[in-house]
Design a protein around this ligand. Sequence first.
Ligand SMILES: Nc1nc2c(ncn2[C@@H]2O[C@H](COP(=O)(O)OP(=O)(O)OP(=O)(O)O)[C@@H](O)[C@H]2O)c(=O)[nH]1
Ligand SMILES: [Mg+2]
Length: 179
Amino acid sequence: MVVAGGFGAGKTTLVGAVSEITPLRTEETLSQASAVTDDLVGVAGKTTTTVTMDFGRITFRDPDVVVFLFGMPGQDRFRRTWGLLSEGAVGAVVLADTRRLQDSFAALAHFEASGLPFIVAVNEFDTAHRYSENEIRTALALPGHLPVLTCDARKAHSAASVLVRLVRHAQNLATGAGL
Ligand SMILES: Nc1nc2c(ncn2[C@@H]2O[C@H](COP(=O)(O)OP(=O)(O)OP(=O)(O)O)[C@@H](O)[C@H]2O)c(=O)[nH]1
Ligand SMILES: [Mg+2]
């Protein structure tokens, strides 16, 4: 599975929260040079960014299914990496931060074009306004069948629920039940 979404939406946090192994991370310090492209409004405390990927693993029980998790870099200048990381994936979670909803557009467009099953999970940051599912669906122009849920990327249980929802959605699409 891949975890995608805009810069600072909480992808690295989510992979780290659910992974049963110490996640592989590729964080680099945000520098003065990136200030022009990596807008820190809403994520002022952020000091690093993912430059290649996060990698984690989770096992679902009964039946045992081992899932590899790939967290993507957020900025759309890494778009080439998104395609490479999502090749052969079961599906994608597009994490959204309602303080910077526009940052989700590039990932949404990517998965719409690629045809990979995806769901939207709103990572509810403490300082962010809470919007209804319908408001988010409208703002992101999402079709009715596409699951939209909320989560706290820091909490393993919440993050795992998102992944389970993605599996169900992918299964529904495969059997035609979700159309
Ligand atoms: N309050 C709160 N903080 C969060 C949550 N999720 C992530 N954070 C914090 O937000 C910051 C950004 O999280 P990351 O996980 O690095 O975000 P990312 O999407 O991987 O960022 P990029 O790789 O740079 O695109 C970190 O300081 C996290 O601790 C959350 O659900 N609530
Ligand atoms: Mg990251």
